[in-house]
Design a protein around this ligand. Structure first.
Ligand code: 5AD
Ligand code: SF4
Length: 472
């Protein structure tokens, strides 16, 4: 699944539809179709929605023409994300005309941002439901079935869906995401998330460990702990009078089984603690990979972004990570063309990228979002061509850094978790090393299967992939 990266977007998966398990024994009287956009958190939420709907007798379908209920789980992070959803809605208009009883629901961040305005703007929408209101979906469906429009966009300070067991659909059966917290208190000035997902709250640690154990028992071999800002996870176990920090939670999940890999996303550079880094070193099965969004390399811009760290502080954090975990993979999120960004600020971003030697980055043009601090305080004053050119320079630099990083791995041997066949050929496996790099290698005579750990020697690479051979 995506993201994620908690907040990381997997472009390949945008708009992906869920389908039921092939051999699901349950009989359903109605069908729902769900498409997800945005970050991994949204994809995870769709699995919670699927679980709620299954309990109501709705089975999933991959074909929206068969569905009684069509849902779009939406993202608001950039304007383009919202435009994609609007376009998709117009495509549903024809089917709805042919099948008047069909209900259309908009879920997620766009629902939360636009609330009932969405009903006025998009006349074919019947249900609008925000990220904290999914438990009320069955009631809203009933209401909509009577011909009324149904809306619930209440945000909550408590909801974590801790007791709802997500329905893992379209999963590879090996890797899964576990949501550990919801919302965000950071108030980065460019970001709509605090408005669409509300206040930060942490999920019961016992339910997280139980979910990891259950996944392991079902054959999964890797879990990614998800949150907008995982390092501020904090939960008090009142039965044991124990405070569970993110470092403690990581260790608890790692202790489920040494054969279960543990990843996490996303970390905020201001919050990731030394304790987390030492815990990563202490437990072999916690993957040596950190997604550490930079956003900008200029202290002045970072201040306008309300990121609460400086250029020097970020550099020191990367140095600390590399000192404690020498082989740690690091990736980043970068925004080009934030309000007032000068060429000098932009060059500061390029030079930090070079110093940090990111293995990979998600790179974006700044997109002003209504209601955010930046939209209220600053002018979106960088010309589109300038934003595009700066993004291009950032992308070109990252491409070089990714290739250089992969070239440094040639000749090295890594433990790889096999996730399945490679995209291009069924005679090759695809897996990842602890640093989260994708490795493709021939199956040859190795009598293995997905979910196995194998040792792979890297012989060659592209910018995106390591190429190797099994040496077990
Ligand atoms: N414009 C462009 N990129 C944004 N991001 C968040 N908000 C915006 C915005 N308004 C990027 C940040 C974040 C990632 C998930 O999306 O880099 O880390
Ligand atoms: Fe995820 Fe919502 Fe943010 Fe999009 S706007 S990245 S869906 S939290």
């Amino acid at each position: 699944m995506l993201e994620l990266a908690a907040k990381v977007h997997d472009e390949v998966r945008q708009g992906e539809a869920f389908a039921p398990y092939k051999n699901d024994p349950k009989k359903y009287h109605k069908k729902f179709y769900i498409e997800s956009y945005g970050c991994q958190m949204n994809f995870s939420d769709s699995e919670i929605v699927a679980s709620i709907l299954n309990n109501e007798g709705f089975g999933a379908t991959r074909n929206y023409e068969d569905a009684d209920l069509v849902l779009l789980n939406t993202c608001s992070i950039r304007e383009k994300a919202e435009q994609t959803v609007r376009k998709r809605l117009t495509e549903f208009r024809k089917i709805k005309e042919a099948k008047p009883g069909m209900l259309i629901g908009v879920l997620g961040c766009m629902a939360e941002r636009l609330k009932s305005k969405l009903l006025e703007e998009e006349k074919l929408v019947d249900i609008v439901i925000g990220p904290d209101a999914y438990r009320s979906l069955p009631g809203l469906i009933e209401e909509a079935e009577t011909g009324q429009k149904a809306v619930n966009v209440l945000l909550s300070r408590e909801e974590t869906y801790a007791d709802i067991s997500p329905v893992r659909l379209d999963s590879n059966g090996i890797t899964a995401f576990i949501s550990i917290m919801r919302g965000c208190n950071n108030m980065c000035s460019f970001c709509v998330v605090p408005f669409t997902r509300g206040r930060e709250r942490s999920r019961d640690a016992c339910s997280i460990v139980a979910e990891a154990q259950d996944l392991f028992d079902k054959g999964f071999r890797e879990v990614t702990l998800l949150g907008q800002n995982v390092d501020s996870y904090y939960w008090i176990d009142e039965t044991k009078n124990e405070a569970v920090t993110f470092a403690k939670l990581l260790e608890k999940v790692a202790l489920v089984n040494p054969a279960l890999r543990v990843r996490f996303s996303t970390s905020h550079p201001k919050d990731i603690t030394e304790e987390v880094l030492h815990t990563m070193m202490k437990c072999d099965n916690i993957c040596k990979y950190i997604h550490l969004p930079l956003q900008s390399g200029s202290t002045r811009i970072l201040q306008l972004m309300n990121r609460t760290y400086t250029r020097e502080w970020y550099i020191a954090k990367v140095n600390q990570i590399k000192n404690i975990i020498p082989d740690c993979g690091i990736s980043s999120d970068i925004i080009a063309g934030f309000c007032t960004e000068t060429e000098e600020d932009h060059n500061d971003t390029l030079s930090i990228m070079e110093r940090s030697k990111y293995d990979m980055s998600y790179m974006f043009i700044y997109s002003e979002r209504p209601g955010t601090l930046a939209a209220r305080r600053y002018k979106d004053d960088i010309a589109e061509e300038v934003k595009k050119r700066r993004l291009q320079e950032i992308v070109e630099l990252q491409n070089r850094l990714s290739l250089e990083s992969n070239k440094r791995d040639i000749g090295k041997t890594f433990e790889v978790l096999i996730e399945g066949d490679s995209k291009k050929s069924t005679s090759d496996w695809m897996g990842r090393n602890t640093q989260n790099k994708v490795i493709v290698f021939p199956k040859r005579n190795y009598d293995g299967k997905k979910g196995d750990y194998v040792w792979v020697k890297v012989n060659d690479c592209t910018q995106a992939t390591l190429l190797g051979e099994i040496i077990n």
